[in-house]
Write a protein that binds this ligand. Sequence first.
Ligand code: NAD
Ligand code: UDX
Length: 473
Amino acid sequence: MNVTIIGCGYVGLVTGACLADIGNDVCCYDVDANRIATLEQGGMPIHEPGLREIVARNRGAGRLTFTTQVRAAIEHGDIVFIAVGTPSGEDGSADLQYVLAAAQEIGRYMARFTVVVDKSTVPVGTAERVRATIAEQLALRGSDALFSVVSNPEFLKEGAAIDDFTRPERIVLGCDDDALGERARELMKRLYAPFNRNHERTLHMDVRSAEFTKYAANAMLATRISFMNELANLAERVGADIDAVRRGIGSDSRIGYHFLYAGCGYGGSCFPKDVHALMRTAHENEQELRILQAVSAVNAAQKQVLARKIVARFGDDLNGRSFGVWGLAFKPETDDMREAPSRVLIATLLEHGARVAAYDPVALEEAKRAFAADLDSKPEALSRLTLVDDQMEAAKGADALVVLTEWKAFKSPDFAGLARVLKHPIVFDGRNLYEPLALAEAGIEYHSIGRPGASRTAARSKRPGGPVPAFSA
Ligand code: NAD
Ligand code: UDX
């Protein structure tokens, strides 16, 4: 089939590459000329494991092309995916300007029956606005070309996007209940058939329910995380271990093990904005989603949890102190810095006067851009942040190491070596990566999330030279 993708970001690129890989002829269009030039030269504008190889393979086979020529792109597709960003507007609602701009282009140039697919995460009712925008453009040029708008939200996770797309747990398809909707549904079924072998994963529903499903899923997952983070903070107070509690409740099949990890808060391009957008939709419909208000507030506070622990340990004035940071993107295996907890933690440490040396295996370039923007009005603070390209270099001479993401390379470092390079052998772990005893044996004081036993274990350890001494400068 001939497929067009509008927007070559995390979702658009993955969608285009994976659909080309099963034999479709895919044309990817983006307004960002630099991004298209990079892709045309065989480069990759984002870090997503496995994507580079699939793009190269399908470009080579001539099934995947990239363009800034909107007319040619729209004319190419029997199915046109809208996969542009829907960032938070000032009031928290999803900003639909890019989606509606894409719809306008479709209306301007489509020449035959076209299935228009909303792949972007969009509020309930958006398909109707997309339909109206396209119809308006068609009317302006007197075209009677037919089309149908389908809602097909995407559930991929960054870092595992290829696997999520090609082996989906479900494919949600919201189609209109009319003849054109039926025609669109049949085309979409054919398009996704290769991902449905052996087991039908497509859930058919009406357009509004499909749009709603995406927000409901992300809001539910964000709720689980904030709930666990709040329990973790209580566990610290009452002397329980949140990891034991997680295993205890996860074993109940009604709860399950996924998305129960306490940490330094959720980030990324989806959870924060989608939680806000759903709250906004509720507000516009005269309902307040009180649970989501709490989810969001708990998350904002949780992004400060390590900074609070650091200040409690070292005092309010961090002038003359330095901290190493491992992990800058919002999670491992991505370079995406959107809403990353590192942005909050590092800004807070700098505000308190500290120096920071930070490392990430793939996000250094993105991080440079993100911190330059965040600290635009604070050049002196920015000058105290160094991004380094070596894990141990970040820890060298630091008063403490702060771990923010669970990259494999961070999971079992040489603790003895780490203790040697740190000025003070102290680790603040925002992802509960380590066995407290292992650190205690290396003489490292250990602070994690919701595991009060951790510091106690360290203090009780039989480390040579006795337990970690009380801190002094
Ligand atoms: P992104 O910011 O990585 O990419 C968006 C791309 O669209 C950019 O390259 C931009 O230049 C391009 N663009 C903007 N306006 C355009 C226009 N009028 N015509 C052509 N191109 C245009 O965004 P993303 O992370 O891929 O997210 C896209 C959508 O998918 C969002 O609605 C998001 O909520 C949703 N989503 C994202 C993820 C994820 O993990 N990133 C997962 C599921 C759903
Ligand atoms: C999310 C959804 O999972 C995906 O279905 C949707 O399509 C896009 O949004 P993504 O943002 O890529 O995917 O990453 P995800 O793995 O969901 O993690 C989001 C954030 O939650 C990360 O900051 C992660 O560290 C945090 N998280 C996740 C936790 O703090 N605890 C957990 O148990 C799981």
